[in-house]
Design a protein around this ligand. Structure first.
Ligand code: ADP
Ligand code: ASP
Ligand code: MG
Length: 459
């Protein structure tokens, strides 16, 4: 279930209109090669509108940093050192191709030396989770500093905005939007005449003032939060594909971009597995009614996808899927005609801060799905007080998203007709106007997505 829990929406009068500024976020592949970084420079300088440019790490870097942290967590310093050296070589080759002048190259050498010295020092001290998060932050720090050096080399005036000076999360890992907004407005007020601001996606400070992050893919979330914090005119997410497609292009043959969709539809797709957007990246823009555009760095004039409050069209628009789902069934004859049973069940999940995605009930049983299994054994133990508990792992949720699906005639029949070859374990239909969710064993996910693609869309 899409959650906007713990969000501090009530006090948003702090926002001053700032419709003259836009956000342009570029993902890993958009900055992953020297020529792509040059392309990003072209894109941000196409007009003179004030903008905050949010960059991810170069593609592959965060995975490499995760690998370094994993090796250190296993106390395998030799492997960690090998991984650091491989990444280091990549950056040494990258800057030489990115920058032409001696002075810019010198700056880049210094930047790279500092960050790899930091990683090498970490090899010598005892490893913990806070240090791991410091390691993960190096990618966005490197990409933004190298890009900023490129702008300096080309005499393009820009301001470097360290995200760690304004981006923060609280003890529940929720972004502190009011604080972010106040800090950003105060920083920006020092640069009334500047047009280009460069900052890092993904990284932030936590309530202990340590370096933290917004989880994998979190640069989209940073962009939307920054957009909401300054009330930007638009949040542009520049990536390696021409917008949100109607199905997962990594899995399904024949997908096509969707020109327009609503915030609710995009949020459902992001939450239920459309990798193009971080799962939480829609709500900040949605709450402040700021359009989000998904655009292709490699094909900048393609229309992409525009996401606004407007609901366009009726019926199924797109599919997404999320694996790693666990289904939990609680069966109890005591549920029959009993009130308060569901409350007790939900309280167990609440106690362990585990959010439920799908729910189905019958007179004698309730089935729910979760993706966070860190407290599964405690949850199962407590649920056993209310009935027999069955757990099925390796499930996948297929989410069918559109507008007024439950209201369109025959839509459920059409969906089910595509799935005659696959056992459907749960169905959630009518809970929202935008979503029908199905639970299938993960082994059927890809085939079911293809079959739904063939049956639900006209080609
Ligand atoms: P970035 O590095 O720019 O953040 P991501 O790799 O995170 O890019 O997201 C873009 C990728 O998302 C695409 O290359 C595509 O393979 C994948 N993707 C998955 N589902 C969809 C979808 N429904 N529409 C478009 N892209 C999708
Ligand atoms: N670099 C981070 C990641 O790979 C954040 C992002 O790219 O959005 O997850
Ligand atoms: Mg991404």
């Amino acid at each position: 279930m899409l959650e906007t829990k713990n969000l501090k929406f009530e006090s948003n009068n702090y926002l001053k209109p700032n419709t003259y500024m836009k956000i342009m976020k570029f993902g890993g592949t958009s900055v992953g090669k020297p020529e792509r970084m040059h392309q990003v420079k072209e894109l941000i300088t196409r007009d003179n509108q004030k903008k905050i440019v949010v960059l991810s790490a170069l593609s592959g870097t965060t995975n490499a940093l995760v690998g370094i942290g994993d090796a250190l967590a296993d106390a395998n310093k030799t492997l960690a050192k090998e991984r650091i050296d491989t990444l280091h070589k990549h950056y040494l080759a990258f800057y030489k191709e990115l920058l032409k002048t001696e002075s810019a190259q010198k700056k880049a050498e210094k930047i790279i030396a500092e960050h790899f010295e930091f990683l090498n020092i970490i090899l010598k001290i005892s490893f913990n989770e806070a240090i791991n998060r410091d390691i993960l932050a190096q990618g966005e720090l490197l990409s933004t500093k190298l890009f900023y050096t490129l702008l300096q080399e080309l005499d393009i005036p820009a301001v470097f905005l360290p995200a760690l000076d304004f981006m923060s999360i609280d003890e529940n890992h929720e972004p502190e939007l009011k604080k972010i907004s106040e800090k950003l407005e105060s920083i920006l007020s020092n640069y009334a005449d500047e047009s280009f601001f460069i900052t890092q996606g993904y990284i932030c400070k936590n309530h202990r003032n340590e370096v933290d992050n917004l989880k994998r893919g979190g640069s989209d979330y940073s962009a939307s939060l920054i957009g909401a914090a300054i009330n930007a005119s638009v949040v542009e997410i520049w990536t390696d594909i021409d917008g949100m497609h109607n199905n997962d292009p990594r899995i399904v043959d024949q997908t096509r971009p969707i020109a327009e969709m609503s915030f609710d539809e995009a949020a459902e797709l992001a939450y239920f597995g459309a990798k193009i957007l971080h799962p939480a990246s829609i709500w900040p823009a949605q709450h402040h009614n700021i359009a989000v555009k998904l655009l292709n760095t490699m094909e900048p004039d393609a229309p992409g996808t525009t996401i606004t409050a407007q609901e366009v069209g009726i019926g199924v628009k797109a599919l997404a899927a999320k694996d790693g789902i666990t289904a939990i069934k609680i069966k109890s004859s005591r549920m029959l005609l009993a009130y308060g049973f569901l409350r007790k069940v939900f309280e167990v999940f609440e106690k362990y801060k585990t959010s439920i995605d799908m729910i189905t009930t019958s007179e004698v049983a309730v089935s729910v799905t979760v993706d966070d299994v860190s407290h599964l054994s405690e949850i199962v133990k407590e649920l056993e007080a209310y009935g027999a508990v069955e757990v099925d792992q390796n499930q996948a949720i297929i989410s069918i998203v559109g507008n007024m699906i439950a209201e369109s005639k025959g839509s459920i029949a059409q969906i089910m007709n595509c799935l005659t070859d696959y056992p459907v374990r749960m169905v959630s239909y009518g809970g929202s106007r935008h979503n029908v969710s199905l639970l299938v064993d993960a082994q059927f996910k890809n085939a079911a997505l293809q079959s739904l693609n063939d049956g639900l869309f006209e080609w």
